[in-house]
Design a protein around this ligand. Structure first.
Ligand code: DGY
Length: 314
């Protein structure tokens, strides 16, 4: 008998769903009109596949009494109730490493999109404003600028490495001062923002980082500054961000993540100096395939009695 597993969201590449279907009896929750009933029908499920943003809260873990392993398609652990899982002895796998480059590429794309007005320019052409004889206001160059990183782990460092070809200077806040990195440590986040032209949020979500980017940090970044978030919406205080943009205290924002996805505040949607993308920093076919394969490999390791390839730090 194939073990039963619950899958919360369809994993992009067909190869990944095919691999899951081949080895497990799947309860595909995204197909269910009534999650509660679908979970009751899955009460013997031993595995759960979820994403970094959907995670697994205590209610979901409680609803699956036979659950032994959670395989997360993502690197973020903030949406998983780790203590609840630990108390039940549930193994947790995630997908670090394989999405570093994809997410870092997206951060660079967002910086260039905002600074070179790619999205505004596209709208300007499509809505006929250009043909009507107007000129789009000038963008600005990332070359030689100062970029501050809130979070300087695998992803932050890869973004800095990519941006080094533009001759940027890198600052970082969090983790504590590191050896051997080509970036200067700033113990004070607002001071780092004040010294930066761009701040890129690359840290983990969760209670420790909630609303770290608030009105004081945004004001310090300043009326020419750009905030980029490819990490978690919870790190940025969204009402403060909207107020800073409306007041002109902040130059612009490029955001892939939001506090209440997929709901986006209406105020952000009408701002010309904001670039919005739907949590797709890891959204390339190549990255999603590598992530999906790791999800499948972690489950296979668990069900054959081997250690998970990439266990989540608990
Ligand atoms: C992650 O890896 O956590 C991404 O945000 C996808 O959810």
């Amino acid at each position: 008998m194939k073990p039963e597993i619950v899958v919360l969201s369809r994993l992009g590449p067909p190869e990944v769903m095919e691999a899951l279907e081949a080895s497990y009896q799947l309860h595909c929750l995204w197909e269910a009109s009534d999650w509660r009933a679908a979970l009751m029908a899955a009460s013997s499920a031993r595995g759960l596949v979820t994403t970094g943003s959907l995670g697994a809260d205590a209610a979901l873990i409680d609803a699956l009494p036979a659950l032994e392993v959670i395989s997360i398609n993502g690197v973020g652990l903030d949406a998983v109730d780790l203590p609840a899982a630990k108390a039940r002895g549930i193994a947790i796998g995630y997908t670090p490493g394989v999405l570093t480059e994809g997410v870092a590429d997206m951060a660079v794309a967002l910086i260039l999109a905002a600074s070179r007005k790619l999205v505004q320019g596209d709208r300007f052409v499509r809505d006929g404003t250009w043909a009507g004889g107007e000129k789009l206001a000038l963008g600005w160059s990332i070359r030689g600028k100062v970029v501050g990183f809130l979070g300087f782990g695998r992803i932050g460092r890869e973004v800095a490495r990519l941006l080094s070809v533009f001759g940027i200077s890198a600052l970082y806040h969090e983790p504590e001062a590191l050896e051997g990195v080509a970036a200067d440590y700033c113990s004070d986040l607002a001071a780092m923002a004040e010294a930066s032209d761009v701040v890129v949020v690359c840290c983990a979500g969760g209670a420790a980082t909630r609303n770290l980017v608030d009105a004081s940090v945004l004001k310090a970044l300043g009326s020419k500054g750009l905030l980029v978030n490819i990490a978690r919406g919870s790190v940025v205080c969204e009402p403060d961000l909207i107020a800073a943009l409306q007041a002109g205290h902040l130059g612009g924002a490029a955001l892939d993540v939001f506090a209440d996805e997929p709901q986006i505040p209406a105020a952000l949607q009408v701002m010309e100096n904001v670039v919005l993308t739907p949590h797709i920093a890891s959204g390339t076919a190549e990255t999603r395939l590598a992530m999906g394969r790791l999800v499948v490999e972690n489950l296979a390791a668990y069900f054959s009695g081997k250690p998970l390839l990439t266990p989540a730090p608990m």
